[in-house]
Design a protein around this ligand. Sequence first.
Ligand SMILES: Cc1cc2nc3c(=O)[nH]c(=O)nc-3n(C[C@H](O)[C@H](O)[C@H](O)COP(=O)(O)OP(=O)(O)OC[C@H]3O[C@@H](n4cnc5c(N)ncnc54)[C@H](O)[C@@H]3O)c2cc1C
Length: 464
Amino acid sequence: MNDTELLARLAAIVGAAHVLTDAADTAACLTDWRGRYHGACRALVRPGSTAEVSALLALCDAENIPVVPQGGNTSTCGAATPPADGRALLLSLARLSRVREVDTANDTITVEAGLTLAAVQQVAAEAGRLFPLSLASEGSCQIGGNLSTNAGGLAVLRYGTMRELTLGLEVVLADGRVMDLLGGLRKDTSGLDLKQLFIGAEGQLGVITAATLRLFPRPSARATAWLGVADSQQAIAYLAALKARFGDRLTAFELIEEGCQNLLAKHGHTLPFIAPWALLIELSDSGDEALLTDAFVDWLAEQQMVDGVVAQSESERLALWRLREDISEVQKLEGASIKHDIGVPASRIPAFIAACGAELAASFPGCRVACFGHAGDGNLHYNVSHTRPDNARLFDDEAAVNEIVYRHVAACRGSIAAEHGVGQLKGQWLARYKDPVALEAMRALKRTLDPKGLMNPGKWLTAG
Ligand SMILES: Cc1cc2nc3c(=O)[nH]c(=O)nc-3n(C[C@H](O)[C@H](O)[C@H](O)COP(=O)(O)OP(=O)(O)OC[C@H]3O[C@@H](n4cnc5c(N)ncnc54)[C@H](O)[C@@H]3O)c2cc1C
């Protein structure tokens, strides 16, 4: 089918205003958030309903046209950037942004995939509930993207990742059929839990068009502290002690190494103090905030914690969180880094940091490691730069750096992709470190659900 015919068929499905081909309209969607990957597309299409997504995919299946679903385009691994050959249709989900149902008795919300995460949080709040997924990119990223990457973020310790937060999905398969797995059931043993196949699949098995998500009571009390510790061993000892004392009231436990704190200070942020390692800890609960804060302060005194501040107001609490959320931005201002989003058992974090850091320092004297992340659930962002004096040639060392980092991750029985996905960035490392039998099972699923290999090509999941 030539371009003129295709554009006419697309316009017949979504309306001409939602078929974009001008560079001015498509450029921002053809480059990833980090500016590392650049793609091309035959057209950017913006369907407004599940029926339109279904008709688009049926057309693409019939005409063998690849499809790249895109949400907020905040992927840090090039997952939503189409291949450079320009054959693919780029499918924006942004217009699928309706709230289909808020069920407060069942504590669920059913939303379309293109709603931003911040909007879902807002709708939940207006209903007196909490949707707890929270990421620095929440103003831009969409629920469909969160599902497709199994997003994690700041409160996984208490509430889990998107896998745990999702009760139902609506998915359009590669051939255009709609699979209705929506529903707010907490118990369901009627066959396989197929929704989990599409969560974390990075758009390679189908297009998610809607989801039913779990809601929680809104905490009425929060206690938030910024603490300084000497090393990651001490940090993990505090994690265990906090769990023992506060149970599931421990909501967030973030670890931030000194270099990241220095970068925040350099770029205009005011920190309570700079420590070898900082912890940002949040407790939340129903009940009285003063009581929770007092209990936290008492616990800190028992630990004989020397460096620490406890937020005394909502604005102080938000200011502490702003520090954590702006780390990615200030790193971006400093230039390129080789990024890793790894997961290890929390208990192995000190061993990983010590062994991996020592090998990197020996192999690349003077290199910088920016290490921070959701230590409470074992997820670290471990970003390496200045492997040589001229950081402009950093990526010449990318394979050698990854070789070291991922070997140490594997030694801890960890994951090379904890929450940001695999995308274009980590496919060869997944092939090396994922169990081969598991990989073959994934390929078999790809052959079944997307036999022509049209869904988000050029990423890590192939049929063969
Ligand atoms: C500053 C910053 C901070 C971040 N912090 C975190 C964090 O704390 N935790 C975390 O988990 N991630 C984080 N991320 C990464 C990113 O925001 C998440 O991966 C997010 O879930 C991606 O959502 P998106 O809508 O932008 O998806 P996109 O980037 O558009 O797409 C991501 C993948 O999902 C697929 N996809 C998108 N929508 C659909 C759909 N409807 N159906 C099928 N496939 C689809 C795409 O094809 C692609 O493979 C951060 C990113 C930035 C820039």
